[in-house]
Write a protein that binds this ligand. Structure first.
Ligand code: AMP
Ligand code: GLY
Length: 416
């Protein structure tokens, strides 16, 4: 089989590693890939723009690609799956309509309400004056969200009216997210602990993966600005049997029903971002792709063949597929460039001790003249496995001094 894998993060390096375990996989073209996929056998990086859907389509046809897997959300929201299926090509990931569950927060909140998915109370607005009027009558803290994609920066937790007014001005008047804020959601603040639950659906059946705990803020103790994720522990210790049962009943199954009723023709990942509170478990958001860095912790615990899982999702036989998971935990500590998520320097040489190479996932790094150099904010993931979580955490942090680059930074409390 020849596979086209779209994306360039740690998530895609991890997916490529898992895919190539299957003997039928002969070649994985990674678009554009990274320094990790450049070094894997069976993988070849291809220098295409992820946004060039027609170019990718032609590449897939010319190279007889058997299956395309989409890592990031943008191509899905821009309709890559619609175009590939129209042309008779197999692609893993939802079509444009279903991808709006991630692409538009107003759309996804209305979807949740329509199908009775448990979520924070909210109102959508398209006019600044009306939003302000509503805001003045609310209790604080309150949450304001730009409707569209905003590189993870479109959510404001506002402690008082002044902060709320500032957020509204940023998003709706100053248009700092360039169109993504022409509509907004104002929603109730939920106090609790977050969990990520990835799942796959073929539109008829939905199968949840083991849970994960992402650590979004850049500094220890959950301080500082939000990032794409500074580390993950999987499974998430807060996701107990009771939480899981409630999640399935009040969030997951209702979501599947909605997907069917709306006719999304959804074949891909639904990633639930949930908040576990004293009042119960709520859905914060949907993503329609694998999480990064959640994938790097969850996939190593999957006992199934990954390619077979994707194939079963695409041919609609997911109900017969038994997902199974290894006992134990994986802790994933992200090594970032100092300064991330703000300004940071790139181009530093990375050294990885050869006896830990198989425990390191490459993210923001490229291969330059056969040398691995930093090229992004989140550079590497260090993976530790253990039968209990303390062992997993220790094993991940034990890798820290065996990997080096100038300005390496990580949180020291991942999983704790
Ligand atoms: P989202 O993109 O909707 O997941 O929001 C990004 C982050 O903002 C989440 O991971 C939460 O930490 C926080 N957040 C979003 N919505 C709420 C809410 N209703 N209450 C509290 N925190 C929230
Ligand atoms: N780690 C969160 C995400 O992938 O959106």
């Amino acid at each position: 089989m020849k596979i086209l894998l779209i994306g360039s993060g740690g998530r895609e390096h991890c997916i490529a590693k898992k895919l190539k375990e299957n003997k039928r996989v002969k070649k994985i073209f990674c678009v554009p890939g990274n320094g990790g996929t450049a070094l894997e056998d069976k993988c070849e990086n291809i220098n295409f723009l992820v946004s060039d859907i027609e170019g990718l389509l032609n590449f897939a046809k010319e190279n007889n690609i058997d299956l395309t897997i989409v890592g990031p959300e943008d191509p899905l929201i821009n309709g890559i799956s619609d175009r590939f299926t129209e042309e008779g090509l197999k692609i893993f990931g939802p079509k444009r309509f279903g991808a709006m569950l991630e692409g538009s927060k107003c759309f996804s909140k209305d979807f949740m309400k329509k199908y009775g998915v448990k979520t924070a109370k909210y109102e959508n607005f398209t006019e600044y004056d009306k939003a302000l009027e509503y805001l003045k009558e609310q209790e604080f803290p309150i949450v304001i969200k730009a409707d569209g994609l905003a590189l993870g920066k479109g959510v404001y937790i506002c402690e008082n009216l002044e902060q709320g007014e500032e957020a509204l001005k940023d998003i709706m008047v100053n248009d700092i997210f360039k169109g993504a804020g022409s509509s907004i959601v104002i929603e109730e603040f939920l106090d609790g602990v977050e969990a990520s639950i990835l799942s796959v659906t073929d539109g008829k059946t939905i199968k949840p993966f083991i849970s994960a705990k992402d650590h979004k803020q850049v500094f220890d103790g959950g301080k500082g600005p939000n990032t794409g994720g500074m580390g993950v522990l999987a499974p998430n210790p807060y996701v107990t049997e009771d939480v899981l049962k409630e999640f399935k009943e009040t969030i997951m199954n209702k979501t599947l029903l909605g997907i069917q009723e709306e006719g999304f023709d959804f074949k891909g990942v639904i990633f639930f971002g949930i908040m576990i509170t004293k009042k119960g478990t709520y859905l914060l958001e949907y993503n329609v792709r694998f999480g990064d860095p959640e994938t790097q912790s969850v996939l190593p615990l999957m006992e199934n063949d990954f390619l077979e899982l994707l194939e079963s999702t695409l041919d609609g036989s997911l109900s017969d597929f038994n997902l199974s998971w290894k006992n134990g935990y994986v802790c994933n500590v992200v090594l970032a460039s100092k300064g991330y998520p703000g300004v940071y320097e790139k181009g530093y040489e990375i050294t990885i001790n050869s006896n830990v190479k198989d425990k390191v996932i490459i993210a923001g790094a490229t291969l330059k003249d056969d040398v691995l150099v930093t090229s992004g904010g989140r550079v590497l993931s260090l993976l530790g496995y253990g039968l209990d979580r303390y062992e997993a955490i220790k094993n991940a942090y034990d890798i820290l001094d065996k990997v080096n680059f100038s300005g390496k930074y990580c949180r020291l409390d991942i999983g704790k």
